[in-house]
Design a protein around this ligand. Structure first.
Ligand code: PLP
Length: 397
């Protein structure tokens, strides 16, 4: 094949010509020779292999004609999702749920339904770049609202909404990760959650509540989800089995008003998601197995998080600020004044370790003053070694 097909570029649709190269993201970590604290990979030691094998065998034995044919996502899984939502105080019904191929698919469908080129989306700074990239590629104009140790700065959000309204701009949605934020690890306080939901209603803007890590709390008490605080239906809640079961199953779901679910479905061109896998997950999760598994994950990740926090206290210069998260996969570290994250990436690579520089988590070019470390994937020994190497790189700067 010739290296480049002449004139192929002019065949691409404009949106494909302008598209951003695919991020290999977590998939890259396996190939990297570096000790990687970069990606929020689940710990493979905790995949419930035997139970999943048993669930798969049971589905094939009892239900193969429906499980292996064209067909709908398994209604039994939707019922389980509804049950979990009701336990969180959300009055959910099956028509409020859309099951998709990971929450990434749901996050990609949202701009299809809501964004015309030039529309405004409000995001947190920092934020989950996977979602932000999707919104950028849809042509959205992203407006960043800052965050602090209590989550999104809702005073700044109000000012932003007021300023936009004064210019005749009504944002389509506010994208937030209120619990165990990726990348910052922060959890939004109850007062801010209440204020965010009431501002959304006041300004008529949807809130996309991405709660990928919410069930992985290892300290403190659960806070109400944004969906449970929302009496009017402005919140779209997006969740995933990736962090509580296994990312490889690629199953996530959205909760929203039925008319929004119906719209999202119109753009889900492959139809329903995985009649086979949705049955396997439902079979696996039944009889309290998923809850028991989540309890085990919480304890396991708590220990890893503690190992990382202790290693940071031991190995990093005292000026580095790292808050201990109450759950999730990440520790966010603010670097000493004058130390750039991008430069630190290069130094750390020479020491044989990688992490995510903060700039990757902002849509507005900020973030060179912070780095994200994932404690989810590596063993306790590797975490200590990785943090020690980053500490060495920091001291050499
Ligand atoms: C905040 C957040 N949302 C969504 C996702 C996507 O998860 P998935 O597509 O595996 O459900 C991730 C993955 O890292 C994430 O961190």
């Amino acid at each position: 094949m010739p290296a480049k097909l002449p004139l192929l570029d002019s065949l691409y649709a404009a949106r494909a010509r302008d598209a951003m190269p695919t991020l290999k993201g977590a998939a890259q970590a396996d190939q990297s020779p570096l000790l990687s604290l970069t990606y929020g990979l689940a710990d493979p030691d905790l995949f419930p292999r035997d139970e999943l094998a048993a669930a798969t065998a049971a589905v094939l034995a009892d239900d193969a004609p429906d499980a292996l044919n064209y067909g709908q996502s398994f209604a039994g899984l939707t019922e389980q999702v509804v049950g979990r939502l009701r336990a969180q105080g959300v009055e959910a019904e099956p028509e409020n749920i859309l099951v998709g191929y990971g929450s990434s698919q749901i996050l990609a469908l949202l701009p299809e339904v809501f964004i015309d080129r030039g529309d405004t989306v409000i995001i947190e700074g920092p934020s989950f770049m996977g979602a932000v990239r999707r919104f950028v590629m849809s042509g959205a104009n992203l407006v960043t609202v800052p965050t602090d140790h209590e989550g999104m700065d809702v005073d700044a959000l109000e000012v932003t909404l007021r300023d936009l309204a004064a210019r005749g701009v009504r944002p389509k949605f506010i994208y937030t990760i209120p619990t165990f934020h990726n990348p910052s690890g922060v959890t939004m306080s109850l007062a801010r959650r209440q204020r965010l939901v009431s501002l959304a209603a006041e300004y008529g803007v949807l809130v996309v509540e991405d709660d990928a890590y919410g069930e992985l709390r290892f300290r403190g008490d659960d806070l109400p989800t944004l969906a449970s605080l929302d009496a009017e239906g402005w919140v779209v809640r997006v969740c995933t089995y990736s962090k509580i079961l296994a990312p490889g199953v690629r199953v996530g779901w959205a909760y929203a008003r039925p008319e929004i679910i119906e719209r999202l479905n119109m753009f889900k061109h492959e139809g329903d998601s995985g009649p086979f896998l949705t049955r396997v997950i439902a079979r696996y999760a039944a009889e309290g197995r998923l809850e028991a598994h989540i309890a085990q994950l919480r304890e396991h990740y708590r220990q890893k998080c503690d190992v990382m926090i202790e290693a940071i206290a031991r190995e990093f210069p005292r000026e580095v600020q790292a808050d201990r998260p109450d759950g999730g996969f990440f520790v966010w570290c603010k670097l000493p004044h004058g130390m750039g994250a991008t430069a630190l990436v290069d130094r750390a690579a020479r020491e044989g370790v990688s992490f995510l520089p903060g700039v990757n988590c902002y849509a507005n070019g900020q973030g060179d003053d912070a780095i994200r470390l994932a404690f989810s994937f590596l063993s306790a020994d590797q975490i200590q070694e990785g943090v020690a190497r980053i500490g060495k790189a920091m001291r050499s700067m």
